[in-house]
Design a protein around this ligand. Structure first.
Ligand code: ATP
Ligand code: MG
Length: 414
């Protein structure tokens, strides 16, 4: 688990503000759920046989003896909240969330035990149009953050019926080749055979190139649906690649599954993962409710965005002061200017004027406000332009009265 230091959090704030802007324009509302949930929510909502529930969750008993879990992802909590509060009585819900998630994994670049996701959920919408819009929100957002070289991979997992026929067929095929599989895949045959398709082990990958393919088990209806999605993405000019082995780790997906990846992330290539989860809300006690969503890993996004996000905001004014009276006036004026939406940095060094001026220059402030004992006793403020000195030779210094701050503010905003 890692700290986010001040310089990094600036990048995070930038990404979060771009996200908020995109989500607001798409008419999404934010939902905030607790970080701790009952373990059972994830066992039911993600699936006992997934890596997340089986190996990665932080579970503990609280003082009341209840099994609790630090949330490993956001979708199950959002679905629980929607059911618990009957939000679907008001119609489909188009929501977003962000926050820390916890998984006990092997930490490496782009993989942490506490990490952060931003996610979107469309709950109560079945149309292919909603699949396309959900994907387009992720795509446009990532582009706007400045990420290029992204690849969108899509697949159809078909309906539950399509998948159960396929699952049986795949299990038979795998059992016949049991000895050729890696150990992890051998364990998965009975519980989560689809996940084997996603294996990163080379020998297993090779073997699987001959395996039955889910696409051959899709009903005509599922196929038409998938074709239509491709047509819509093409209309939106979102490039995509079909990846028939893309199954996603969680149990509740059906039909559309997708990932957005980047070559620049090494083995942690996926920055965004999502898909349709028509079975989740009913699994959690609600009525059958078609839904689709995605989650973006913030850490991976920030790695990809790199320097593009670094932009230090310099203050409008740096307040220089010397002496006790000056100090009081400096603080008073600082607070007043801050209330006028200006960005202020107040000097704390107490050093000589020349040293304070050096600090002011370093802060890249546009203006310095200078208050010495003389100014303080007269109630005057001396304002000096710090930037563009050569262009502005004759308008470098201004004196204002402390009771006439409006004039000063007007000059600052000019
Ligand atoms: P992976 O295959 O990389 O483990 P996943 O399928 O477990 O990913 P999801 O549950 O779909 O991931 O989560 C969506 C996104 O959250 C991922 O694409 C990734 O960007 C991010 N993510 C998941 N686990 C971690 C982690 N431990 N550390 C950092 N980011 C993560
Ligand atoms: Mg994972």
């Amino acid at each position: 688990m890692v700290d986010l230091l001040p310089e990094q959090s600036q990048c995070w704030q930038k990404v979060e503000s771009i996200a908020l802007e995109h989500f607001s324009r798409a008419g999404l509302k934010e939902i905030r759920t607790p970080i701790i949930e009952q373990t059972e929510l994830f066992a039911r909502g993600i699936g006992e046989n997934t890596d997340v529930v089986g190996k990665e969750m932080y579970n503990f008993n609280d003082r009341g003896g209840r099994s609790c879990t630090l949330r490993p992802e956001g979708t199950a909590s959002v679905a629980r909240s929607i059911v618990q509060h009957g939000l679907l009585n008001n119609g489909p819900q188009r929501l977003w969330y962000k926050g820390p998630m916890f998984r006990y994994e092997r930490p490496q670049a782009g993989r942490q035990r506490q990490f952060h996701q931003i996610g979107v959920e469309f709950v109560g919408l079945a149309s292919v149009m909603s699949d396309a819009e959900v994907i387009s929100i992720a795509w446009d957002f990532l582009k706007d953050v400045g990420l290029n070289d992204l690849t969108l991979e899509i697949n159809s997992l078909g309906s539950n019926e399509d998948r159960s026929v396929f699952k049986k067929e795949l299990q038979d095929w795998l059992n016949k080749r049991f000895d050729l599989l890696d150990e992890d895949s051998q364990k998965r045959i009975n519980f989560n055979p689809l996940r084997i398709l996603d294996s990163k082990i080379n020998s297993t990958k090779e073997l699987l190139s001959e395996a039955p393919s889910l696409k051959d088990f899709l009903s005509n209806k599922s196929k038409t649906r998938f074709d239509y999605l491709q047509e819509m993405l093409a209309k939106l000019k979102i490039p995509f690649r079909i990846n028939n082995n893309l199954v996603r780790g969680l149990d509740y997906y059906s039909h559309t599954a997708f990932e957005i990846t980047s070559d620049q992330l090494g083995s942690q290539a996926t920055v965004c993962g999502g898909g349709r989860y028509d079975g989740l809300i009913s699994e959690l006690g609600g009525t059958q409710t078609p839904s689709i969503g995605w989650a973006i890993g913030m850490e991976r996004l920030i790695i990809l965005a790199g320097d593009k996000l670094l932009q230090t905001k310099s203050p409008d004014v740096y307040v220089i002061h010397r002496g006790e009276k000056a100090e009081q006036l400096a603080l008073e004026i600082t607070c007043q200017l801050r209330s006028s939406n200006l960005t202020i940095e107040l000097d704390y060094s107490g050093s000589s004027f020349s040293k304070q001026f050096k600090r002011a220059d370093k802060s890249k402030a546009k203006w310095a406000l200078v208050i010495g004992e003389d100014e303080a006793s007269k109630g005057h403020l001396l304002m000096k332009k710090l930037r563009d000195k050569q262009h502005d030779e004759d308008s470098k210094e201004y004196i204002f009265s402390k009771v006439d701050l409006d004039q000063l503010i007007k000059k600052l905003i000019d």
